[in-house]
Design a protein around this ligand. Structure first.
Ligand code: FAD
Ligand code: DLZ
Ligand code: SF4
Length: 510
Protein backbone atom coordinates (compact mmCIF):
# COMPACT_ATOMS: atom_id res chain seq x y z
CA UNK A 1 0.00 0.00 0.00
CA UNK A 2 1.35 3.44 -0.87
CA UNK A 3 1.62 6.05 1.83
CA UNK A 4 -0.92 8.89 1.62
CA UNK A 5 0.66 12.01 0.18
CA UNK A 6 1.49 14.49 2.89
CA UNK A 7 0.97 18.16 2.30
CA UNK A 8 4.73 18.73 1.82
CA UNK A 9 4.80 16.36 -1.13
CA UNK A 10 2.99 18.99 -3.16
CA UNK A 11 5.36 21.74 -2.21
CA UNK A 12 8.55 22.67 -4.05
CA UNK A 13 12.12 23.27 -3.11
CA UNK A 14 13.29 26.62 -4.47
CA UNK A 15 17.05 26.58 -4.93
CA UNK A 16 18.87 29.93 -4.73
CA UNK A 17 22.54 30.00 -5.72
CA UNK A 18 25.21 32.33 -4.44
CA UNK A 19 24.96 34.62 -7.48
CA UNK A 20 21.16 34.66 -7.53
CA UNK A 21 20.57 37.03 -4.63
CA UNK A 22 17.68 38.96 -6.17
CA UNK A 23 14.30 39.10 -4.46
CA UNK A 24 12.53 38.93 -7.81
CA UNK A 25 14.59 36.11 -9.31
CA UNK A 26 12.56 33.79 -11.53
CA UNK A 27 12.78 30.74 -9.23
CA UNK A 28 11.32 32.76 -6.34
CA UNK A 29 8.60 34.11 -8.59
CA UNK A 30 7.71 30.52 -9.45
CA UNK A 31 7.42 29.64 -5.77
CA UNK A 32 4.81 30.06 -3.09
CA UNK A 33 6.02 31.50 0.18
CA UNK A 34 3.24 29.82 2.17
CA UNK A 35 4.04 26.33 0.93
CA UNK A 36 7.56 26.09 -0.48
CA UNK A 37 10.99 25.90 1.12
CA UNK A 38 14.03 27.76 -0.13
CA UNK A 39 17.39 25.99 -0.16
CA UNK A 40 20.64 27.90 0.03
CA UNK A 41 23.83 25.91 0.57
CA UNK A 42 27.44 26.87 1.21
CA UNK A 43 29.47 24.07 -0.33
CA UNK A 44 33.17 23.34 -0.78
CA UNK A 45 32.65 22.29 -4.37
CA UNK A 46 31.80 25.88 -5.37
CA UNK A 47 34.84 27.19 -3.51
CA UNK A 48 37.09 24.58 -5.06
CA UNK A 49 36.37 24.34 -8.80
CA UNK A 50 38.86 27.15 -9.10
CA UNK A 51 40.97 28.49 -6.24
CA UNK A 52 38.92 31.64 -5.59
CA UNK A 53 40.44 34.64 -3.84
CA UNK A 54 39.63 34.71 -0.10
CA UNK A 55 37.72 37.99 -0.46
CA UNK A 56 35.54 36.54 -3.21
CA UNK A 57 34.49 33.54 -1.12
CA UNK A 58 33.88 35.77 1.91
CA UNK A 59 31.80 38.17 -0.17
CA UNK A 60 29.61 35.43 -1.65
CA UNK A 61 29.03 33.60 1.65
CA UNK A 62 28.32 36.75 3.64
CA UNK A 63 25.95 38.05 0.94
CA UNK A 64 24.21 34.64 0.91
CA UNK A 65 23.72 34.69 4.69
CA UNK A 66 22.34 38.22 4.61
CA UNK A 67 20.03 37.34 1.73
CA UNK A 68 18.71 34.29 3.59
CA UNK A 69 17.93 36.50 6.59
CA UNK A 70 16.02 38.89 4.31
CA UNK A 71 14.05 36.04 2.77
CA UNK A 72 13.09 34.81 6.24
CA UNK A 73 11.93 38.22 7.32
CA UNK A 74 9.97 38.37 4.08
CA UNK A 75 8.01 35.32 5.21
CA UNK A 76 9.85 32.52 3.39
CA UNK A 77 10.89 29.24 4.98
CA UNK A 78 14.61 28.89 4.33
CA UNK A 79 16.80 25.84 4.76
CA UNK A 80 20.27 27.37 4.94
CA UNK A 81 23.25 25.00 5.06
CA UNK A 82 26.45 26.52 6.41
CA UNK A 83 29.84 25.36 5.17
CA UNK A 84 30.90 23.79 8.46
CA UNK A 85 27.70 21.92 9.29
CA UNK A 86 28.57 18.26 9.94
CA UNK A 87 25.92 16.86 7.57
CA UNK A 88 26.85 19.17 4.70
CA UNK A 89 27.65 16.97 1.69
CA UNK A 90 29.59 19.88 0.11
CA UNK A 91 28.07 19.87 -3.36
CA UNK A 92 25.00 21.66 -4.68
CA UNK A 93 23.59 18.56 -6.35
CA UNK A 94 23.83 16.43 -3.26
CA UNK A 95 22.49 19.20 -1.02
CA UNK A 96 19.45 19.49 -3.29
CA UNK A 97 18.95 15.71 -3.09
CA UNK A 98 19.40 15.71 0.70
CA UNK A 99 16.91 18.56 1.18
CA UNK A 100 14.35 16.85 -1.07
CA UNK A 101 14.74 13.66 0.88
CA UNK A 102 14.57 15.27 4.34
CA UNK A 103 11.59 17.46 3.46
CA UNK A 104 9.89 14.78 1.35
CA UNK A 105 9.68 17.15 -1.59
CA UNK A 106 9.68 15.79 -5.13
CA UNK A 107 10.06 18.93 -7.19
CA UNK A 108 12.87 21.45 -7.07
CA UNK A 109 13.15 24.68 -9.07
CA UNK A 110 16.25 26.71 -9.79
CA UNK A 111 16.97 29.73 -11.95
CA UNK A 112 19.38 28.76 -14.73
CA UNK A 113 22.93 28.91 -13.34
CA UNK A 114 25.39 31.38 -14.82
CA UNK A 115 28.03 28.75 -15.55
CA UNK A 116 27.78 25.98 -18.10
CA UNK A 117 29.31 23.34 -15.82
CA UNK A 118 26.39 23.72 -13.38
CA UNK A 119 23.78 23.76 -16.13
CA UNK A 120 25.17 20.42 -17.24
CA UNK A 121 25.25 19.00 -13.72
CA UNK A 122 21.72 20.18 -12.99
CA UNK A 123 20.47 18.64 -16.22
CA UNK A 124 21.42 15.23 -14.79
CA UNK A 125 19.46 15.88 -11.63
CA UNK A 126 16.05 14.21 -11.53
CA UNK A 127 13.19 16.38 -10.34
CA UNK A 128 15.06 19.66 -10.76
CA UNK A 129 13.43 22.17 -13.07
CA UNK A 130 15.32 25.14 -14.45
CA UNK A 131 13.68 28.46 -15.21
CA UNK A 132 15.27 31.19 -17.33
CA UNK A 133 17.39 33.86 -15.69
CA UNK A 134 15.61 37.03 -16.79
CA UNK A 135 17.89 39.46 -14.96
CA UNK A 136 19.49 40.31 -18.31
CA UNK A 137 18.20 42.59 -21.03
CA UNK A 138 18.77 40.05 -23.79
CA UNK A 139 17.56 36.46 -23.38
CA UNK A 140 19.49 33.59 -25.00
CA UNK A 141 16.89 33.61 -27.74
CA UNK A 142 17.20 37.38 -28.28
CA UNK A 143 20.96 37.09 -28.69
CA UNK A 144 20.77 34.06 -30.95
CA UNK A 145 18.27 35.88 -33.14
CA UNK A 146 20.46 38.96 -33.29
CA UNK A 147 23.56 36.88 -34.08
CA UNK A 148 21.94 34.62 -36.68
CA UNK A 149 23.17 35.25 -40.19
CA UNK A 150 25.66 37.97 -39.22
CA UNK A 151 29.15 37.53 -40.63
CA UNK A 152 30.68 39.35 -37.69
CA UNK A 153 29.38 39.86 -34.18
CA UNK A 154 30.33 43.33 -33.04
CA UNK A 155 29.37 44.81 -29.71
CA UNK A 156 28.71 48.26 -31.13
CA UNK A 157 25.74 47.11 -33.25
CA UNK A 158 24.34 44.93 -30.50
CA UNK A 159 24.62 47.90 -28.14
CA UNK A 160 22.53 50.07 -30.45
CA UNK A 161 19.80 47.44 -30.34
CA UNK A 162 19.92 47.51 -26.54
CA UNK A 163 19.69 51.30 -26.53
CA UNK A 164 16.60 51.10 -28.71
CA UNK A 165 15.13 48.31 -26.63
CA UNK A 166 15.61 50.06 -23.28
CA UNK A 167 15.12 53.63 -24.52
CA UNK A 168 18.20 54.61 -22.48
CA UNK A 169 19.73 57.87 -23.74
CA UNK A 170 17.33 57.96 -26.67
CA UNK A 171 15.53 61.06 -27.82
CA UNK A 172 12.78 60.75 -30.45
CA UNK A 173 14.28 57.48 -31.68
CA UNK A 174 17.76 59.01 -32.05
CA UNK A 175 20.75 58.66 -29.75
CA UNK A 176 21.12 61.49 -27.27
CA UNK A 177 23.73 63.99 -28.44
CA UNK A 178 23.52 62.75 -32.05
CA UNK A 179 26.05 59.92 -31.62
CA UNK A 180 25.84 56.39 -30.24
CA UNK A 181 29.33 56.37 -28.80
CA UNK A 182 31.46 59.10 -27.21
CA UNK A 183 34.59 57.02 -26.70
CA UNK A 184 36.69 59.42 -28.74
CA UNK A 185 36.41 61.84 -25.77
CA UNK A 186 37.36 59.15 -23.26
CA UNK A 187 41.04 58.43 -23.64
CA UNK A 188 42.70 60.82 -21.22
CA UNK A 189 45.70 59.67 -19.18
CA UNK A 190 45.32 60.23 -15.42
CA UNK A 191 47.25 62.86 -13.51
CA UNK A 192 48.89 62.37 -10.14
CA UNK A 193 47.30 65.43 -8.54
CA UNK A 194 43.79 64.11 -8.91
CA UNK A 195 41.38 64.05 -6.05
CA UNK A 196 40.39 60.40 -6.19
CA UNK A 197 37.22 59.06 -4.67
CA UNK A 198 37.26 55.59 -3.14
CA UNK A 199 34.33 53.22 -3.47
CA UNK A 200 31.94 53.07 -0.55
CA UNK A 201 33.45 51.01 2.27
CA UNK A 202 31.13 49.09 4.59
CA UNK A 203 32.14 48.06 8.11
CA UNK A 204 31.73 44.25 8.53
CA UNK A 205 28.79 43.36 10.79
CA UNK A 206 28.59 40.26 12.99
CA UNK A 207 27.51 37.98 10.14
CA UNK A 208 30.42 39.12 7.98
CA UNK A 209 32.89 38.82 10.86
CA UNK A 210 31.79 35.19 11.39
CA UNK A 211 32.32 34.52 7.68
CA UNK A 212 35.77 36.15 7.74
CA UNK A 213 36.77 33.86 10.60
CA UNK A 214 35.47 30.86 8.70
CA UNK A 215 37.37 31.77 5.53
CA UNK A 216 40.62 32.35 7.37
CA UNK A 217 40.24 28.97 9.11
CA UNK A 218 39.13 26.96 6.06
CA UNK A 219 41.09 28.64 3.25
CA UNK A 220 44.36 29.79 4.83
CA UNK A 221 46.44 29.04 1.73
CA UNK A 222 44.25 30.76 -0.80
CA UNK A 223 45.53 33.72 -2.81
CA UNK A 224 44.48 37.12 -1.56
CA UNK A 225 44.27 39.34 1.46
CA UNK A 226 41.05 38.87 3.40
CA UNK A 227 41.13 42.05 5.43
CA UNK A 228 40.37 44.86 5.45
CA UNK A 229 37.06 43.60 4.06
CA UNK A 230 34.82 46.48 3.02
CA UNK A 231 32.42 45.14 0.37
CA UNK A 232 28.72 45.72 0.86
CA UNK A 233 26.93 42.40 1.38
CA UNK A 234 23.27 43.45 1.18
CA UNK A 235 21.06 45.09 -1.40
CA UNK A 236 20.83 48.17 0.81
CA UNK A 237 24.62 48.39 0.95
CA UNK A 238 24.95 47.84 -2.80
CA UNK A 239 22.42 50.62 -3.48
CA UNK A 240 24.43 52.91 -1.22
CA UNK A 241 27.58 51.99 -3.19
CA UNK A 242 25.74 52.89 -6.40
CA UNK A 243 24.71 56.28 -4.98
CA UNK A 244 28.26 56.87 -3.82
CA UNK A 245 29.68 56.11 -7.27
CA UNK A 246 27.16 58.30 -9.05
CA UNK A 247 27.88 61.21 -6.76
CA UNK A 248 31.66 60.99 -6.49
CA UNK A 249 33.11 59.21 -9.52
CA UNK A 250 30.67 59.02 -12.42
CA UNK A 251 31.26 62.55 -13.77
CA UNK A 252 34.89 61.66 -14.55
CA UNK A 253 34.32 57.97 -15.41
CA UNK A 254 34.39 58.64 -19.15
CA UNK A 255 37.43 60.90 -19.29
CA UNK A 256 39.67 58.54 -17.37
CA UNK A 257 38.26 55.09 -17.97
CA UNK A 258 41.39 54.04 -19.91
CA UNK A 259 43.88 55.51 -17.44
CA UNK A 260 46.14 53.70 -14.99
CA UNK A 261 47.52 55.53 -11.97
CA UNK A 262 49.97 54.33 -9.33
CA UNK A 263 48.39 54.01 -5.89
CA UNK A 264 44.90 54.49 -7.38
CA UNK A 265 43.37 51.04 -7.74
CA UNK A 266 39.85 52.28 -8.44
CA UNK A 267 40.33 55.62 -10.23
CA UNK A 268 36.83 56.69 -11.34
CA UNK A 269 35.51 53.17 -11.83
CA UNK A 270 32.31 52.09 -10.11
CA UNK A 271 33.48 48.85 -8.41
CA UNK A 272 29.90 47.61 -8.74
CA UNK A 273 30.42 44.49 -10.87
CA UNK A 274 30.59 42.18 -7.86
CA UNK A 275 27.18 43.43 -6.64
CA UNK A 276 25.64 43.32 -10.09
CA UNK A 277 26.91 39.81 -10.80
CA UNK A 278 25.40 38.28 -7.65
CA UNK A 279 22.09 40.06 -8.20
CA UNK A 280 22.20 42.67 -5.44
CA UNK A 281 21.75 45.29 -8.17
CA UNK A 282 20.04 44.99 -11.53
CA UNK A 283 21.55 46.26 -14.79
CA UNK A 284 18.54 48.36 -15.71
CA UNK A 285 18.25 50.08 -12.33
CA UNK A 286 21.95 51.02 -12.45
CA UNK A 287 21.62 52.39 -15.96
CA UNK A 288 18.45 54.33 -15.20
CA UNK A 289 20.09 55.86 -12.12
CA UNK A 290 23.14 56.81 -14.19
CA UNK A 291 21.01 58.18 -17.04
CA UNK A 292 19.14 60.42 -14.58
CA UNK A 293 22.38 62.13 -13.58
CA UNK A 294 22.85 63.24 -17.18
CA UNK A 295 19.36 64.73 -17.48
CA UNK A 296 19.84 66.35 -14.03
CA UNK A 297 23.02 67.97 -15.31
CA UNK A 298 25.22 66.21 -12.77
CA UNK A 299 27.36 64.15 -15.20
CA UNK A 300 28.42 64.75 -18.82
CA UNK A 301 27.17 62.66 -21.72
CA UNK A 302 30.55 61.05 -22.47
CA UNK A 303 30.65 59.62 -18.91
CA UNK A 304 27.03 58.51 -18.83
CA UNK A 305 26.98 57.01 -22.32
CA UNK A 306 30.33 55.30 -21.72
CA UNK A 307 29.12 53.79 -18.48
CA UNK A 308 25.76 52.61 -19.82
CA UNK A 309 27.54 51.05 -22.82
CA UNK A 310 29.65 48.89 -20.50
CA UNK A 311 26.53 47.42 -18.93
CA UNK A 312 23.89 47.16 -21.65
CA UNK A 313 26.54 46.75 -24.35
CA UNK A 314 29.58 44.81 -23.22
CA UNK A 315 28.09 42.92 -20.31
CA UNK A 316 25.12 41.64 -22.27
CA UNK A 317 27.20 41.02 -25.39
CA UNK A 318 29.80 38.85 -23.64
CA UNK A 319 27.05 36.83 -21.98
CA UNK A 320 25.49 36.24 -25.39
CA UNK A 321 28.81 35.04 -26.81
CA UNK A 322 29.36 32.69 -23.85
CA UNK A 323 26.04 30.89 -24.25
CA UNK A 324 26.30 30.92 -28.02
CA UNK A 325 29.68 29.16 -27.96
CA UNK A 326 29.60 26.90 -24.91
CA UNK A 327 30.67 24.16 -24.55
CA UNK A 328 34.08 24.45 -26.09
CA UNK A 329 34.58 28.21 -25.87
CA UNK A 330 36.82 27.98 -22.79
CA UNK A 331 39.16 25.59 -24.62
CA UNK A 332 39.65 27.88 -27.63
CA UNK A 333 43.31 28.43 -28.47
CA UNK A 334 43.45 30.10 -31.89
CA UNK A 335 47.04 31.27 -31.47
CA UNK A 336 48.25 27.89 -30.12
CA UNK A 337 49.68 29.46 -26.97
CA UNK A 338 51.03 26.84 -24.60
CA UNK A 339 53.36 28.50 -22.09
CA UNK A 340 52.45 28.05 -18.41
CA UNK A 341 51.33 31.03 -16.35
CA UNK A 342 54.43 32.54 -14.69
CA UNK A 343 54.41 32.21 -10.90
CA UNK A 344 54.64 36.00 -10.47
CA UNK A 345 50.95 36.20 -11.37
CA UNK A 346 50.45 34.80 -7.85
CA UNK A 347 53.38 36.38 -6.01
CA UNK A 348 53.77 39.77 -7.76
CA UNK A 349 57.49 39.06 -7.65
CA UNK A 350 58.42 40.90 -10.85
CA UNK A 351 60.39 44.06 -11.62
CA UNK A 352 57.78 45.18 -14.14
CA UNK A 353 56.21 48.02 -12.17
CA UNK A 354 52.88 48.00 -14.03
CA UNK A 355 52.48 44.23 -13.61
CA UNK A 356 53.52 44.21 -9.95
CA UNK A 357 51.04 47.00 -9.16
CA UNK A 358 48.15 45.25 -10.91
CA UNK A 359 48.90 41.94 -9.19
CA UNK A 360 49.44 43.44 -5.71
CA UNK A 361 46.17 45.29 -6.01
CA UNK A 362 44.44 42.12 -7.22
CA UNK A 363 45.83 40.28 -4.18
CA UNK A 364 44.75 43.02 -1.78
CA UNK A 365 41.38 44.03 -3.20
CA UNK A 366 40.25 41.15 -5.47
CA UNK A 367 39.88 44.01 -7.96
CA UNK A 368 41.69 45.56 -10.88
CA UNK A 369 40.04 47.91 -13.30
CA UNK A 370 39.36 47.08 -16.91
CA UNK A 371 42.49 48.58 -18.44
CA UNK A 372 44.74 46.83 -15.95
CA UNK A 373 43.01 43.51 -16.73
CA UNK A 374 43.16 44.09 -20.48
CA UNK A 375 46.29 46.11 -21.21
CA UNK A 376 48.62 45.08 -18.38
CA UNK A 377 48.15 41.49 -17.12
CA UNK A 378 46.09 40.36 -20.13
CA UNK A 379 48.41 42.04 -22.63
CA UNK A 380 51.45 40.44 -21.00
CA UNK A 381 49.89 36.96 -21.09
CA UNK A 382 48.93 37.46 -24.74
CA UNK A 383 52.38 38.68 -25.81
CA UNK A 384 54.13 35.94 -23.84
CA UNK A 385 51.95 33.21 -25.35
CA UNK A 386 50.50 31.91 -22.08
CA UNK A 387 48.01 29.07 -22.46
CA UNK A 388 44.52 30.67 -22.48
CA UNK A 389 43.24 27.97 -20.12
CA UNK A 390 45.78 29.06 -17.47
CA UNK A 391 44.93 32.70 -18.04
CA UNK A 392 41.19 31.97 -17.84
CA UNK A 393 41.57 30.07 -14.57
CA UNK A 394 43.64 32.87 -13.04
CA UNK A 395 41.06 35.54 -13.88
CA UNK A 396 38.18 33.36 -12.74
CA UNK A 397 39.88 32.85 -9.39
CA UNK A 398 41.22 36.26 -8.47
CA UNK A 399 38.43 38.80 -9.01
CA UNK A 400 35.43 39.25 -6.74
CA UNK A 401 33.21 39.79 -9.79
CA UNK A 402 34.37 36.70 -11.72
CA UNK A 403 31.82 34.18 -12.99
CA UNK A 404 32.57 32.18 -16.08
CA UNK A 405 29.79 33.64 -18.27
CA UNK A 406 31.37 37.10 -18.04
CA UNK A 407 35.00 36.26 -17.33
CA UNK A 408 35.61 33.71 -20.10
CA UNK A 409 34.57 35.86 -23.09
CA UNK A 410 36.61 38.75 -21.68
CA UNK A 411 39.68 36.56 -21.22
CA UNK A 412 39.43 34.01 -24.02
CA UNK A 413 37.94 36.43 -26.53
CA UNK A 414 38.78 40.02 -25.74
CA UNK A 415 42.10 39.65 -24.00
CA UNK A 416 43.76 36.53 -25.44
CA UNK A 417 42.22 36.51 -28.94
CA UNK A 418 41.94 32.75 -28.43
CA UNK A 419 38.55 32.66 -30.20
CA UNK A 420 40.19 33.96 -33.38
CA UNK A 421 38.32 37.26 -33.43
CA UNK A 422 34.76 36.22 -32.67
CA UNK A 423 34.51 38.83 -29.93
CA UNK A 424 37.21 41.38 -30.72
CA UNK A 425 38.15 42.70 -34.12
CA UNK A 426 41.86 42.64 -33.28
CA UNK A 427 44.12 41.38 -30.51
CA UNK A 428 44.61 43.89 -27.68
CA UNK A 429 48.39 43.68 -28.01
CA UNK A 430 50.51 46.71 -27.13
CA UNK A 431 54.12 47.60 -26.45
CA UNK A 432 55.32 49.56 -23.40
CA UNK A 433 54.56 52.79 -25.21
CA UNK A 434 50.81 52.34 -24.66
CA UNK A 435 51.23 51.70 -20.93
CA UNK A 436 53.57 54.67 -20.67
CA UNK A 437 51.02 56.91 -22.35
CA UNK A 438 48.15 55.83 -20.13
CA UNK A 439 49.95 55.43 -16.78
CA UNK A 440 52.64 56.84 -14.51
CA UNK A 441 54.29 53.48 -13.79
CA UNK A 442 57.17 53.64 -16.24
CA UNK A 443 59.00 56.52 -14.56
CA UNK A 444 59.70 54.37 -11.50
CA UNK A 445 60.21 51.03 -13.26
CA UNK A 446 63.51 49.18 -13.32
CA UNK A 447 62.99 48.78 -17.06
CA UNK A 448 63.32 51.58 -19.59
CA UNK A 449 60.16 51.95 -21.63
CA UNK A 450 62.05 53.80 -24.37
CA UNK A 451 64.63 51.04 -24.73
CA UNK A 452 63.57 48.61 -27.42
CA UNK A 453 65.84 45.63 -26.88
CA UNK A 454 68.51 44.37 -24.49
CA UNK A 455 68.53 43.66 -20.77
CA UNK A 456 67.16 46.96 -19.51
CA UNK A 457 64.44 47.24 -22.14
CA UNK A 458 60.78 47.20 -21.16
CA UNK A 459 59.77 43.55 -21.72
CA UNK A 460 56.56 44.61 -23.45
CA UNK A 461 58.65 46.07 -26.32
CA UNK A 462 60.42 42.99 -27.69
CA UNK A 463 57.51 40.76 -26.69
CA UNK A 464 55.16 42.88 -28.79
CA UNK A 465 57.18 42.38 -31.98
CA UNK A 466 57.86 38.76 -31.17
CA UNK A 467 54.09 38.23 -30.79
CA UNK A 468 53.38 39.77 -34.20
CA UNK A 469 56.20 37.86 -35.90
CA UNK A 470 55.26 34.57 -34.23
CA UNK A 471 51.61 34.85 -35.26
CA UNK A 472 52.08 36.50 -38.65
CA UNK A 473 50.45 33.66 -40.56
CA UNK A 474 47.23 34.15 -38.54
CA UNK A 475 47.24 37.90 -37.98
CA UNK A 476 48.88 39.57 -40.95
CA UNK A 477 45.63 39.70 -42.87
CA UNK A 478 43.85 41.63 -40.09
CA UNK A 479 43.30 45.15 -41.48
CA UNK A 480 43.60 46.66 -37.99
CA UNK A 481 47.14 45.28 -37.74
CA UNK A 482 48.20 46.47 -41.19
CA UNK A 483 50.17 49.42 -39.86
CA UNK A 484 52.03 47.29 -37.30
CA UNK A 485 53.03 44.68 -39.88
CA UNK A 486 54.16 47.37 -42.33
CA UNK A 487 56.42 48.80 -39.60
CA UNK A 488 57.80 45.31 -38.90
CA UNK A 489 58.42 44.71 -42.59
CA UNK A 490 60.32 47.99 -42.92
CA UNK A 491 62.81 47.00 -40.18
CA UNK A 492 66.17 45.61 -41.17
CA UNK A 493 66.65 41.91 -40.62
CA UNK A 494 69.23 42.71 -37.90
CA UNK A 495 66.71 44.86 -36.05
CA UNK A 496 64.04 42.20 -36.30
CA UNK A 497 66.49 39.59 -35.04
CA UNK A 498 67.44 41.83 -32.10
CA UNK A 499 63.77 41.98 -31.07
CA UNK A 500 63.36 38.23 -31.43
CA UNK A 501 66.54 37.49 -29.45
CA UNK A 502 65.52 39.86 -26.66
CA UNK A 503 62.06 38.32 -26.49
CA UNK A 504 63.57 34.84 -26.43
CA UNK A 505 65.69 35.72 -23.40
CA UNK A 506 62.67 37.15 -21.56
CA UNK A 507 60.52 34.12 -22.36
CA UNK A 508 63.25 31.70 -21.27
CA UNK A 509 63.47 33.48 -17.91
CA UNK A 510 59.70 33.07 -17.33
P1 FAD B 1 33.41 49.84 -14.32
O1 FAD B 1 34.63 50.17 -15.05
O2 FAD B 1 32.88 50.82 -13.38
O3 FAD B 1 32.32 49.46 -15.43
C1 FAD B 1 30.93 49.44 -15.15
C2 FAD B 1 30.31 48.10 -15.29
O4 FAD B 1 30.25 47.73 -16.64
C3 FAD B 1 31.02 46.97 -14.59
O5 FAD B 1 30.65 46.90 -13.25
C4 FAD B 1 30.57 45.75 -15.40
O6 FAD B 1 29.36 45.25 -14.91
C5 FAD B 1 30.33 46.33 -16.77
N1 FAD B 1 31.44 46.03 -17.67
C6 FAD B 1 32.43 46.84 -18.06
N2 FAD B 1 33.21 46.25 -18.98
C7 FAD B 1 32.72 45.02 -19.15
C8 FAD B 1 33.09 43.92 -19.95
N3 FAD B 1 34.14 43.97 -20.78
N4 FAD B 1 32.38 42.81 -19.85
C9 FAD B 1 31.32 42.72 -19.03
N5 FAD B 1 30.92 43.73 -18.25
C10 FAD B 1 31.60 44.87 -18.32
N6 FAD B 1 33.86 41.69 -15.62
C11 FAD B 1 33.18 40.97 -14.73
O7 FAD B 1 32.10 41.37 -14.30
N7 FAD B 1 33.66 39.76 -14.29
C12 FAD B 1 34.84 39.26 -14.72
O8 FAD B 1 35.24 38.18 -14.31
C13 FAD B 1 35.59 40.02 -15.65
N8 FAD B 1 36.79 39.58 -16.11
C14 FAD B 1 37.49 40.32 -17.01
C15 FAD B 1 38.71 39.84 -17.50
C16 FAD B 1 39.42 40.55 -18.44
C17 FAD B 1 40.71 40.02 -19.00
C18 FAD B 1 38.91 41.79 -18.90
C19 FAD B 1 39.66 42.57 -19.93
C20 FAD B 1 37.72 42.29 -18.42
C21 FAD B 1 36.99 41.57 -17.47
N9 FAD B 1 35.76 42.03 -16.98
C22 FAD B 1 35.07 41.26 -16.09
C23 FAD B 1 35.17 43.28 -17.48
C24 FAD B 1 35.57 44.53 -16.64
O9 FAD B 1 36.97 44.62 -16.57
C25 FAD B 1 34.97 44.50 -15.25
O10 FAD B 1 33.57 44.35 -15.36
C26 FAD B 1 35.24 45.77 -14.48
O11 FAD B 1 36.63 45.99 -14.38
C27 FAD B 1 34.62 45.68 -13.09
O12 FAD B 1 34.94 46.81 -12.36
P2 FAD B 1 33.91 47.99 -12.15
O13 FAD B 1 32.67 47.47 -11.55
O14 FAD B 1 34.64 49.07 -11.42
O15 FAD B 1 33.60 48.42 -13.62
C1 DLZ C 1 31.27 31.56 -6.06
C2 DLZ C 1 30.47 30.74 -5.08
C3 DLZ C 1 31.08 30.25 -3.94
C4 DLZ C 1 32.51 30.53 -3.61
N1 DLZ C 1 30.40 29.49 -3.07
C5 DLZ C 1 29.09 29.22 -3.29
C6 DLZ C 1 28.35 28.40 -2.40
O1 DLZ C 1 28.86 27.92 -1.41
N2 DLZ C 1 27.06 28.16 -2.71
C7 DLZ C 1 26.44 28.67 -3.80
O2 DLZ C 1 25.25 28.44 -4.01
N3 DLZ C 1 27.14 29.43 -4.66
C8 DLZ C 1 28.44 29.72 -4.44
N4 DLZ C 1 29.15 30.46 -5.32
C9 DLZ C 1 28.47 30.93 -6.56
C10 DLZ C 1 28.35 29.79 -7.57
O3 DLZ C 1 29.67 29.34 -7.89
C11 DLZ C 1 27.60 30.29 -8.81
O4 DLZ C 1 26.25 30.29 -8.51
C12 DLZ C 1 27.84 29.43 -10.01
O5 DLZ C 1 29.16 29.54 -10.41
C13 DLZ C 1 26.93 29.80 -11.18
O6 DLZ C 1 27.25 31.06 -11.68
FE1 SF4 D 1 55.51 48.30 -17.44
FE2 SF4 D 1 57.45 48.51 -19.24
FE3 SF4 D 1 56.51 50.68 -18.10
FE4 SF4 D 1 57.98 48.97 -16.69
S1 SF4 D 1 58.66 50.19 -18.42
S2 SF4 D 1 56.08 49.95 -16.03
S3 SF4 D 1 57.34 47.03 -17.59
S4 SF4 D 1 55.38 49.30 -19.45
Amino acid sequence: MTEPLSCTQYSSLIVVLGDQLSMNISALRAGDRDRDTILMAEVMEEARYVRHHKKKIAFVLSAMRHFAAELKSDGWTVRYVQLDEPDNTQSLISEIARAKHDLRIKRAIVTEPGEYRLVQEFAQCEGLETVADDRFLASHHDFQTWAAGRKQLRMEYFYREMRRKTGLLMSDGEPEGGRWNFDADNRKPAKTDFFLPRPLEVEPDEITRDVLELIEARFPDRFGKLEPFWFAVTRKGALAALDHFVEHALPKFGDYQDAILKGAPFLYHSVLAQYLNVGLLSPLEICQRVERTYYDGHAPLNAVEGYIRQIIGWREFVRGIYWLRMPGYTRSNYLSAHRSLPSFFWTADTDMACMAAAIVQTRDEAYAHHIQRLMVTGNFALLAGIDPVDVHEWYLAVYSDAYEWVEAPNVIGMSQFADGGLLASKPYAASGNYINKMSDHCVSCRYDVKQKTGDGACPFNPLYWDFLARNANLLRGNPRLGHAYRTWDRMTQEKQQEYLNSAKRILERL
